[in-house]
Design a protein around this ligand. Sequence first.
Ligand code: PHE
Length: 513
Amino acid sequence: MKIILRKQVIDILKILRDKKDKIIASDLANDLNLDYVVLMSAINDLISYELGGFKEEEINQISLNKEGINYLKSGLPERQLLGVLIQQDKKEIQLEEFIKLSKMEKTLFYIGLSNLKQNKWIAQSKASGESKIFLIAEEFPKTEIEQFLSIFNEKQVLNYSELSPDELSHIDTLNKRKIINKTQRTQRIIYITEKGKKLDLNEIEELKQVSKISSEMLSTGSWKDVELKPFDVSKPGPLLKAGKIHPIINLINEIREVFLSMGFTEIRGPIVESAFFNFDALYQPQDHPARELHDTFYLSNPKIAKLPDKERVLAVKDMHENGGNSGSTGWRYEWDEDIAKKTLLRTHTTATTIRKLAQYYLENDKKPIKVFSVDRVFRNEKVDKSHLAEFTQIEGIVIDDNLNLCDLIGLLSEFYRKLGFKKIITRPGFFPYTEPSMEVSVYYDKLGEWLEMGGSGIFRPEVTYPFGVEEPTRVLAWGQGLERIAMLYYERKDIRDFYINPIKWLRQQSYHK
Ligand code: PHE
């Protein structure tokens, strides 16, 4: 095999051939003033021709900790204490006074004191009642441990494996005095193979490929003689981290388009709703369990909502109490206006469509009315991977004469077909405001499963009559979950991802769906 190497790699090979001792990668990179990564990439080139290689080796290193570095500068505590005695020119001193003069922290003082005794530089006696210290030596040469410590003046780290048994025992002492750090790391040792050593350098061909043509190459015409480095088009390009539309908003926009294409108009309603529109106008009795605190976020500020005109409120009250003019018997209880005035975060966007119904009555628009909303709702639910306390509903109503369930099924089928779900199934359901009511499920090919999407139905006369919508005019209504669809679209198993926003995943999303 012909050996073709970059110039830099050839240079490094030459250096390796001359080196006698063990070559540590990081040292070599330092010596050559090369980036470590650049060096290792050169070694990799050598590896591919079996000219060199590297192996990894664990090394245990020892360095002084902060306290140790302090001692290196100002002496071990015993040396510092000795200094105090010499400076004071005292051969004997009361223990208490010594402590005071030393200005040392007590534990440190006693460490120093016990080492002074061990060095046989002082003696301590209690003969006269109080503890007294006597200086008993004449000379105070550097102790072995002090001599060893001074190694750290020259080298900041010592390699465990290079220490002699004597040195190791000193390390042991320093370790007991808690002034050293032990660290472990991996280092790479570079070697050159027999083939690398014996290779005739003339056998190597220098790689002349270039990846860039400079202006100089153009003007001198030398570009004609160089070999261009081929592009590797299979390599991924750098990730663009530009801002983009959030997946949920992307989906909402798509749903908007589907409704618009079906002749619907978008409506929006307030997030802070009255119980009146969220519940009462939908013929939900005031003791309905869904109104309970565990489901609904009631608000204390603002505390009271404004109700629509008196006539409308009375019509709703009548409906709850006795069925008004709808032919129903009503719920048969005393309706309380104060409960209807409570404020809350809407629990469904049916509050928004019923507002439209009220407005339709006021403005008496031309039928058919086809409106939709895709908006946020709130429920006091425990959040887990398939539940959120705030989520998005896809809601809509159609107001027209003689509408029936087939119209509703047809409409929902068309809506889901446009979103890519070919089959839907409806089953009987229950909502206080629709009769009949249907649960809607779609078939998801990829999983081979039916998935529940939400509710639908025809508004009961008890809902529509107070707003003047009477037979043969009827209202088709539906409310479906959006995040459900999003989980399928974006293949997320955890519904929270849409709101926690894992940045890595968001970055992988395309700019337009
Ligand atoms: N509001 C219902 C829900 O939140 C859905 C629904 C809307 C059902 C309209 C029937 C008609 O689950």
